[in-house]
Design a protein around this ligand. Structure first.
Ligand SMILES: Nc1ncnc2c1ncn2[C@@H]1O[C@H](COP(=O)(O)OP(=O)(O)OP(=O)(O)O)[C@@H](O)[C@H]1O
Ligand code: SF4
Ligand SMILES: [Mg+2]
Length: 377
């Protein structure tokens, strides 16, 4: 196999995006918001990485910086081995065809004054992908049918559609340029639960049909469960845990991931999971704590967590966790084992994963490495 085939489609390396704080325009020293503060991950062709975390943790900024809708403060983003951040504007425009975005709010992302036909045709015109009007129209119809709409919808305006249909239009527009990677920024968060499932199924069908790769952003783990190949859990500008999806749902290891997962309902009515309610709000990205960023809300914190830099450390193949208590490792080296701070092997208390379904999602039994996550009644 050649180098080109084996390298990930996308490589994000220590990506940072810091903003001068909003609303502080007239202060002499505008505080800095560390929206994304050292994010790294790879994305292989055809896979879906779910990126989850509470509001304000930097998910959208990560997505937007990868597309260079925001210029990064530092770091690297390689697409098919080419550093996006160092591409001249002209080359970036050509590359933008390969990377598209689908937004959360399909209404505000569609121009209300334009018909569906002209919204979908716009990228075809910008990138010179249709020779003439009739070719363009044929392609628009093809795209509408691909997302479950039809020719009859062409001359209508966004306000004439339901939320789910509008999101289908947004997806058709993204597909128009035949991208390889789509950043889906909370594409179903504004939709009813029943419609969410339809849109997620559509995205999965399209992925299979066109070999698409997704970075799928969501607030909580339940939304990304069935679509993700891997999941990254983000907190205050950093990734706290990243793992294959089955592994993360079966053995969440970072205390923050465990808390997030404890809020996800289990399909089995007999199974119960203890809900972990996190106290306090997410710390400000302006004054991000030194050491572990989750320190102030963590039920397992130790004094040294407040000062030690936490680094993503492997606990099993492809499963990395940034928590010295769970891995025994922090930025300056191994953690001394003592009392409750003794390193807990990531799988120590976790039951073996039980899966009966094809992808292990539906009948998965979830356990936590440390917390008594589920008990049968
Ligand atoms: N243009 C900007 N100027 C200043 N601060 C910004 C800017 N864009 C984002 N931020 C700040 O960066 C942080 C991360 O924002 P971001 O939108 O990436 O979070 P998010 O995880 O996508 O949140 P949500 O789930 O609410 O969409 C927030 O504190 C936000 O206020
Ligand atoms: S490093 Fe310490 S404070 Fe941070 S998540 Fe782990 S136990 Fe909690
Ligand atoms: Mg967002």
């Amino acid at each position: 196999m050649t180098e080109a085939r084996t390298q990930p489609l996308l490589q994000v390396r220590n990506l940072k995006k810091h903003f001068a704080m909003r609303g502080a325009m007239f202060s002499r020293e505008r505080p800095i918001v560390r929206a994304v503060d050292g994010v790294s991950f790879d994305l292989k062709e055809g896979e879906t990485l779910g990126l989850v975390g509470e509001s304000g943790c930097g998910k959208s900024t990560t997505g937007r910086t990868i597309l260079r809708l925001e210029e990064p403060t530092s770091g690297e983003v390689l697409f098919e081995g080419r550093d996006i951040m160092r591409l001249p504007r002209g080359d970036m425009r050509a590359l933008r065809r390969q990377i598209q975005i689908v937004f959360q709010d399909p209404y505000s992302s569609l121009d209300p004054r334009k018909t569906v036909a002209s919204i979908i045709a716009e990228p075809l015109i910008v990138h010179g992908l249709a020779q003439n009007k009739s070719e363009r129209e044929d392609r628009v119809v093809e795209l509408l049918e691909t997302v479950g709409l039809s020719r009859s919808h062409m001359r209508r305006y966004p306000h004439e559609f339901s939320g789910g249909q509008r999101q289908r239009i947004g997806i058709a527009r993204a597909l128009a340029v035949r991208p390889k990677l789509i950043v889906c920024d909370e594409p179903v968060s504004a939709l009813d639960v029943s419609v969410q499932a339809q849109v997620i199924n559509l995205l999965q069908d399209l992925q299979e049909k066109f070999g698409l790769t997704y970075l799928f952003i969501a607030h909580d783990l339940s939304v990304v469960e069935h679509i993700s190949t891997r999941v990254a859990v983000m907190y205050l500008g950093r990734i706290m845990e990243i793992a294959p999806a089955d592994e993360l749902y079966a053995r969440p290891t970072h205390p923050y991931s465990q808390a997030l997962l404890s809020a996800v309902p289990i399909p089995d009515p007999k199974a119960k999971r203890e809900r972990i309610i996190l106290k306090g709000d997410v710390a400000s990205a302006v004054a991000a704590p030194q050491g572990c960023r989750f320190y102030h809300r963590c039920p397992f914190r130790e004094p040294s967590c407040a000062t030690n830099e936490q680094v993503l450390t492997p606990v099993s193949p492809g499963h990395l966790v940034a928590c010295q208590v769970r891995t025994g490792v922090h930025g300056d080296g191994p953690t001394a084992a003592s009392g409750s701070g003794a390193p807990v092997p990531a799988r120590a208390a976790g039951e073996p994963e039980e899966t009966n379904s094809k992808n292990g999602a539906a009948e998965r039994t979830r356990t936590c490495a440390v917390l008594p996550a589920s008990t049968s009644s």
